[in-house]
Design a protein around this ligand. Structure first.
Ligand SMILES: [Fe+2]
Length: 228
């Protein structure tokens, strides 16, 4: 269990990577909500950083949802009962609801990166709260109901293949390098240890090489958020 996590479904599959991604999304949603509330509309330099950082968040979230929608949920659909089907269909529908909310937030960041406007910032704050709330609910729903199906209907070997192909299939080297410090940031030490132990030397080297730059950029983008 990581901070904010709703449930950890018991079963043969190691869902660590899934929970670690969910942790990073929740952490980012909190940070962006606070940043949008606290960053003065006129600080265009900081809004540019936030826009870039929002794009990073969006890329990883899109990647995560794409794997679920194209590989995980469709495989489960043939194996579950009617209640399970309803859960899986809800997962995909929720992804579809979240996308336009995130796009609207992206438009707000882009506008503020161009020029300061307090009305734009205030409306972005409303959109961000709504988007974060929706995504938080979706992550909780997935952890509570959909991952139970992963545990009940996929073997450990199948899950492993899914994780391996999804990691290799869609992420280029640049995205992988960018993902390492992003995933590790603020991750509780026990989960960090587990990830480093399971992923091997390449990941720990990448983290060593990227963590300071990431932390510097993070501090700059979220400069008006305390504790970031
Ligand atoms: Fe997920």
């Amino acid at each position: 269990m990581l901070p904010g996590q709703e449930a950890a479904a018991e079963g043969p599959n190691d869902l660590t990577n899934m929970f670690i991604m969910h942790h990073a999304f929740r952490r980012d949603l909190r940070a962006f909500t606070a940043a949008v509330a606290g960053t003065p509309a006129g600080d265009t330099v900081t809004w540019r950083r936030l826009r870039q950082r929002w794009e990073l968040f969006g890329r990883f979230l899109h990647h995560h949802h794409t794997i679920e929608d194209t590989a995980i949920w469709p495989t489960l659909l043939d194996r579950v009962d009617a209640a399970g089907r309803a859960t899986l269909e809800a997962m995909e529908a929720e992804h579809g609801e979240i996308d336009p909310l995130l796009t609207a937030c992206g438009d707000g960041f882009a506008a503020l990166a161009r020029h300061g406007d307090e009305d734009v910032r205030a409306s972005l704050e409303v959109r961000m709260v709504a988007a974060a709330e929706r995504l938080h609910r979706h992550l909780a729903h997935e952890e509570r109901d959909a991952l139970v199906l992963v545990q009940a209907h996929l073997t450990a070997a199948e899950w492993q293949v899914m994780e391996d192909t999804s990691a290799k299939g869609q992420f280029g080297f640049r995205d992988t390098v960018a993902a390492v410090p992003w995933v590790m940031h603020d991750l509780p030490p026990h989960a960090r240890r587990r990830l480093l132990d399971s992923a091997g030397a390449a990941l720990s080297t990448m983290w060593r090489l990227t963590r300071r730059r990431f932390a510097r950029r993070e501090a700059a983008a979220f400069r008006y958020v305390t504790g970031r």
